[in-house]
Ligand binder design. Sequence first.
Ligand code: BG6
Length: 496
Amino acid sequence: MSVLEPCVFTIFGSTGHLSRTKLLPSLYHLEAENRLPAGIAIVCVGRKPWDDETWRKEVTRWLEERIGNNLDASCLARFLGKVFYFLGDIEEVETFRLLKEYLEKNPSFPSNFVFYLSLPPTEYKMVAQRLALNDLNKENNGWRRLVIEKPFGYDLEDACTLDHSLRLNFSEQQLYRIDHYLGKETVQNVFVFRFANLLLEPMWNRNYIDHVQITHAEVAGIEDRAEFYDSAGALRDMIQSHLLQLLTLVAMEPPPNLDAESIRDEKVKVLKSIRPITKNAVHAHSFRAQYGRGRIGNDNIPGYLDEKSIPNQSTTETFAAIKLYIDNWRWRNVPFYLRTGKRLAESHSMISIRFRHPPQQLFRETQIQEIAPNWLLLGIQPEQCIRAELQVREPGIGMRTRTTQLDASTCSTTGGGYHLDAYEALLLDVIEGDHSQYLRSDEVNWAWRVVDPILKVWAVERDFIPTYPAGSWGPQEANRLFEKESQTWRNNLASE
Ligand code: BG6
């Protein structure tokens, strides 16, 4: 483990949802595991008229809510000693001058600064400019790193504009574009599983793989993010970022080494090779829908249009599915189906890889009607696992087969050791200056290029959107993306 340099970790938007539910709990966990650099100061910028003491009480309350009984009193006291509150409104230019003074004049604060923008993306440009106006981008005394959260822009054009404006003041080396999916254990494991084992490599291509499915299903709805979600929709919120990242990990070539640039070069090559979807092909390659009323467990769930602050004519999609092809030697003509939805039957993220049938139906004259194909299942959450489905002979007279699963639950907690949450791993990376799990600007732009044609068509077709009952697996019509009748959505890890 490398020794981390101390820094001031400044969070803008520290009273918001992300900071409350992810950033501060992750920093606390890192403290509990002694993973934070000695001397770190966590400065939380907020508009509420609070001081350090009130803020620490507030943070304690959030941590109690989140961590409950596992909150350790002495660790909490240590953690709170590192947490500070800076009162300031980012809308006011003066705030940034005062912040600079605050950060630089405090003798106990380290000279390296991380600025984490836990803010609506529309604020990124302004905050970056104001930091720079006060030389808080200059690395004369210590490093300066700026972390931004997806969505990086609203569409391809907007993403390019945002990137241009950030790059006026911060170099690519100073920018950390976070996609928390890259910090998840199984997601990192896809990389190891593919490149630390020779076994699958000869089969990892168009000759053996029938298709790939990447699914992110959520029981949760839009929570308290109506305004953001209604302007974003599922394609921007999940597919442009998280699911395309998963696709790159499944499809990329082995990088020459583990440098951030080498890994990201390979991911960019995949995105560049995705066959562009022409305007006329948008319907054949994509499907969207919105949840209506329904039931999940014992609860009656309101429809999307009944949610607070959602306009009653909204045609924003809460379910999106797309079909992509990667035009390179390895993957040509293998469909990749990406699907995501809110208010679905289960919360589940997984990558399912279906292999082709054997070339000869050798068992045709036996009781076996049709041999089920092999699947490789990579469970991301809630269950973290890698499973291969194979056919074996059923014991007894006659020739019958059944599906068995080889389970390599490598991330199981029984293996001992501590398991980092996605955010914890990524926050450490930024302090360490490791970009390998962060997105590079060209990577983001190529991902926008993939979805942009769909967004453009959907933006003008706003009269109607199909619906699905909350608590279902989405509408049947999503099946029309499949190339063949034998392809169907894989909804869980249990053998079929
Ligand atoms: C976020 C999306 O990026 O990822 C949310 O904005 C989504 O809408 C979330 O719920 C899913 O993340 P996770 O880690 O809960 O699967």
